[in-house]
Design a protein around this ligand. Sequence first.
Ligand code: GLU
Length: 481
Amino acid sequence: MNNDTVRVRFAPSPTGYLHVGGLRTALFNYLFAKHNNGKFILRIEDTDQNRFVEGALENLIKTLKIMGLSYDEGVDVGGDFGPYVQSERKEIYKKYADELIEKKQAYYCFCSPERLEEVRQRQIAEKKPPMYDRHCRELSDEEVKEKLNSGIPHVIRMKIPLLGDVTFTDLIRGEVSFSCKILDDQILVKSDGFPTYHLANVVDDHLMKISHIIRGEEWLPSTPKHVLLYKAFGWNSPMFAHLPLLLNPDRTKLSKRQGDVAVEDYLAKGYLPEAIINFVALLGWNPGSEKEIFSLDELIEKFSIDRVQKAGAIFDINKLNWMNAHYLRSLSDEEITNLCIPYLKQKGYDVSDYEKTIKIVIAVRTHLNYLAEVVNYVDIFFNKEVVFENEEASSVIKTNSAKVVLNELLNILKLEESVNKDNFKNIMKKVQTNTGLKGKDLFMPVRVALTGKTHGPELPLIVDVFGKEECIRRILSVKNN
Ligand code: GLU
């Protein structure tokens, strides 16, 4: 491949949020471009004005930036092939639609919505696939002129060959063939004058000198129409690579019903961008080795289309959790605390004492798959009084051995200058020697006395948060109950 000519694009329709499937498409395009010293372009496909969502574009750009997928050309960075927003290119599409009419590769269609609906119903009744019946395809030049002059609303349709196949090579699927018989005379320009996706997409990919079209499998049925359009214009078509579908674990199409699909939702929950990128990179691509943890730079180095699979890729949230936990482990205590603070604040916890907050986060950080989970583990540190979480916890305190352990611990604590994670093990050793109790009998009463719970962070980390006086106060409070 001639490396100078690789130009790929991510061409989303801004619908309000970035779908994980969209991120995967953006990422694979980005990796392919960077691996081949090519250019990665962001083009906004917003010709469907009905789907306009306020703020969607800004949100999309922001999310791509957070994910580290910088583009060489695009809507807010410019470039030699702009504008990069399709709604600003309406005149260009008009010119090319006219060219197709001229070449008799496209035609005006004046059918009313009512007529089209009638045709559709008839076809459904006859158990035929609903398609335009090509009523206007054979109108004479005079008839067309007359109808245009009298201002009848119209669209422009593509003249699909009536016979034969359209065949193209997909870099992931190999040779793909569609029979023209199943292809509709696709609308290219709508009655409002806006181009459809098909026309705008082909014209732009050509004018922007796109070398490879890497997009989701859901666009595969559009590709024969695109191939025919390239031919109709007399242009070479780019190479195609259709990425496998993303599936839920039950192999249905990835949907909002089974979990989040917006990248923003994952970021908001405290999945780290690096973890999301790493996870998404493995949705349909594999490095050919057992290695699973990759930085963006490593992905650029390793990525190749050859290693993209055809079969659907399962979106396994457990794997994402595992991967995110891995990336969380690599953060320093301070970094992870700073990232946790907004979640704690939002829950109403007082985080004004940074030293204390950092100790709390140190105590719970190994439990976290994602940052928002921090609030699930910290109530024990913020509750002023010890509240037994259940019957099991309160009965632990009532046993004789608990009384013995807690009395002994109190005696020892009072003599210590301070208690912290470093000396707590020794303190408990002393309690063990003096009471003869060990294991659960020794530790459980202490855990429950300090937190009210039978499970939780490691004891030394808990006492490190509380310190000597607070530990004594808590033990006394449950003993006296
Ligand atoms: N605008 C299409 C989308 O929303 C782009 C499909 C393509 O890449 O051709 O995904």
